[in-house]
Design a protein around this ligand. Structure first.
Ligand SMILES: NC(=O)c1ccc[n+]([C@@H]2O[C@H](COP(=O)([O-])OP(=O)(O)OC[C@H]3O[C@@H](n4cnc5c(N)ncnc54)[C@H](OP(=O)(O)O)[C@@H]3O)[C@@H](O)[C@H]2O)c1
Length: 388
């Protein structure tokens, strides 16, 4: 039996992970599940998977979960607060930790998981975007086994695993293009959160759905790939592939190109991460290429979707630039989701924040967090200017 803790269990990646785990109850034992405030969601998961610990970040939510679990006779220890996220990530019973909290809030718990030297399944790409160098340094120092869960990076991981990395010429990251592929900037002006969250191929949390619609998600993934695969950003290319069947490709010096294909279903990369190097039945349908008929590829539209270009520039600039980009994006996306900022203004807020926060070379995680804090203040000011 392998012990697994899921950070961000009630989200899209968290629930999909439990779907895969639930198909193999003889192989996995759930040790801890965490959520921010979704009491009923976490309660349902506790009833189904019987973890030893459940964490709610909000204390009032934790109180409600304690009452509800007692009423239902559940034997689970309910913890609360940010520190509890790190504590359960470090439990000795864990063999594997799924890092699936959304945004910068995932950085410290994911680093806590890394510090155990265990297998870490990385969905929280923002950790690597904010603190790539320090994060990978911690992975090496603690001997953690890092397996990417983003479908693109998991595809690259699979294409690289038995190969010599020095023979890699290029990484080709595929992108679906999001719900507004082919649209003009003019048409994007009145986009609502509901439209932005209606992704044509993937069902995901709201923040990553908006990032996919602006193409910022692909920019964050370029930065993620840069650190995961020790590849300079100029050797990472983005390719729009609307069917989302080819999840990414690796080109080698001899001209060989390896790709990983599957239906767009997160259970595939999650099952790969859980079982690697073995393979698990993830409940995913077989791929029917004849039914698909064709696979299309096109270059991304960097004019209509400037966030991808901003992220590539931040990747090139290095230092704190990606952390500044990430913080500004989180602030702007949240404002858009709350109806306070137009969709097309997200890129303006990110661009202005990058122009106004002096980039540095953070030497510690504390310095990264300070940079994140300053960038959020500047992004809020940029938002006020954009709205004026
Ligand atoms: N969804 C996908 O298909 C997909 C694919 C690749 C990569 N990813 C990455 O995986 C991560 C999670 O994405 P998602 O789509 O699963 O997000 P999501 O559906 O929004 O779920 C986020 C999870 O994190 C918890 N959470 C939110 N804010 C938190 C905070 N401040 N502190 C602690 N926990 C917090 C949420 O708890 P509550 O439910 O209580 O709010 C929930 O459990 C993101 O980094 C995303 O980029 C997602």
């Amino acid at each position: 039996m392998k012990g697994i803790t899921i950070l961000g269990a009630t989200g899209s990646v968290g629930t999909t992970t439990l779907d895969v785990v639930g198909r193999h109850r003889n192989r996995f034992q759930v040790i801890a599940l965490t959520a921010h405030a979704d009491v009923e969601g976490l309660l349902r998961q506790c009833l189904d998977h019987h973890p030893q610990y459940a964490v709610m970040v909000e204390e009032t939510a934790a109180q409600r979960l304690r009452v509800r679990s007692k009423q239902l006779g559940l034997n689970v220890q309910v913890l609360s607060g940010k520190q509890a996220l790190e504590d359960v990530a470090k439990l000795p019973e864990n063999d594997c930790i799924m890092a699936a909290i959304v945004g910068a809030a995932g950085l410290l718990p994911t680093l806590a998981a890394v510090s155990t030297g265990k297998r870490v399944l990385l969905a929280n790409k923002e950790s690597l975007v904010m603190a790539g160098q320090l994060f990978m340094q911690a992975v090496r120092e603690h001997g953690a086994e890092l397996i990417p869960i983003d479908s693109e990076h998991n595809a690259i991981f699979q294409c690289l695993s038995s190969q010599e990395r020095h023979g890699v010429r290029r990484i080709l990251l595929t992108a679906s293009g999001g719900p507004f592929r082919g649209w003009s900037q003019e048409k994007l002006r009145g986009i609502t959160p509901a439209q932005a969250c209606a992704h044509p191929k993937w069902s995901m949390g709201r923040k990553i759905s908006v990032d996919s619609a602006t193409l910022m998600n692909k920019g964050l993934e370029v930065i993620e790939a840069r650190w995961l695969f020790e590849t300079p950003p100029e050797h990472i290319e983005v390719l729009v592939h609307p069917q989302s069947i080819v999840h990414s490709l690796v080109e080698y010096a001899d001209g060989s190109v390896l790709a990983q294909l599957s239906n767009p279903d997160m259970r595939t990369p999650i099952a790969c991460g859980l079982a690697w190097p073995e393979r698990l039945d993830a409940g995913v349908q077989s791929l029917d290429l004849c039914a698909l008929g064709h696979l299309d590829f096109e270059p991304p539209d960097l004019i209509t979707f400037p966030c991808l270009q901003l992220a590539k520039q931040a990747a090139q600039a290095g230092g704190s630039a990606p952390a500044i980009l990430n913080a500004a994006n989180e602030i702007a996306v949240q404002a858009f989701l709350e109806g306070q900022l137009p969709f097309t203004a997200i890129a303006h807020v990110v661009e202005q924040t990058l122009e106004q926060v002096f980039p540095s070379n953070p030497a510690s995680i504390e310095a990264v967090l300070e940079c994140d804090r300053r960038a959020r203040i500047m992004a809020a000011a940029a938002m006020a200017r954009v709205a004026a």
